[in-house]
Design a protein around this ligand. Structure first.
Ligand code: AMP
Length: 112
């Protein structure tokens, strides 16, 4: 499958890895929008939230625990933002489910 994040997970495309476990791979966003900008991806290819199935429930919970642990590791003690973009209107550019973990500055709400 011609998927950028699958290739990053496999190691055929380089990335700045910050964490890996059985189910997830985490690396620095190449175009950071904040002092800390990590991408948390499931190793398994899931195209987007639209493609989640009942059996993925535990995986998604796991991803949020990974995010929490990384926020602590990167000392985002004043808060952080976890973002998922889904589909065209959501601004998803890479068609492999991922969660942005952003921190180190404050963010506006609502988003633009
Ligand atoms: P999204 O727009 O939600 O699909 O997010 C995709 C993110 O992947 C963007 O923030 C890009 O900067 C980032 N990105 C694209 N290619 C790479 C890469 N090779 N290494 C790290 N981050 C990437």
């Amino acid at each position: 499958m011609d998927c950028l994040f699958c290739k990053i997970v496999e190691g055929t495309i380089p990335s700045e890895k910050v964490f890996e476990d059985e189910f997830t791979y985490v690396f620095k966003d190449v175009n950071p929008e904040a002092p800390v900008h990590l991408l948390i991806v499931p190793k398994k290819h899931i195209t987007s939230v639209d493609y989640l199935e009942e059996k993925d429930k535990e995986l998604i919970g796991h991803i949020f625990l990974v995010a929490k642990n990384l926020a602590k590791e990167f000392k985002l003690n004043n808060g952080y933002r976890i973002v998922n973009n889904t589909g065209e209107d959501g601004g998803q550019s890479v068609k492999h489910l991922h969660f942005h973990l952003l921190g180190g500055r404050s963010f506006n709400w609502p988003p633009g």
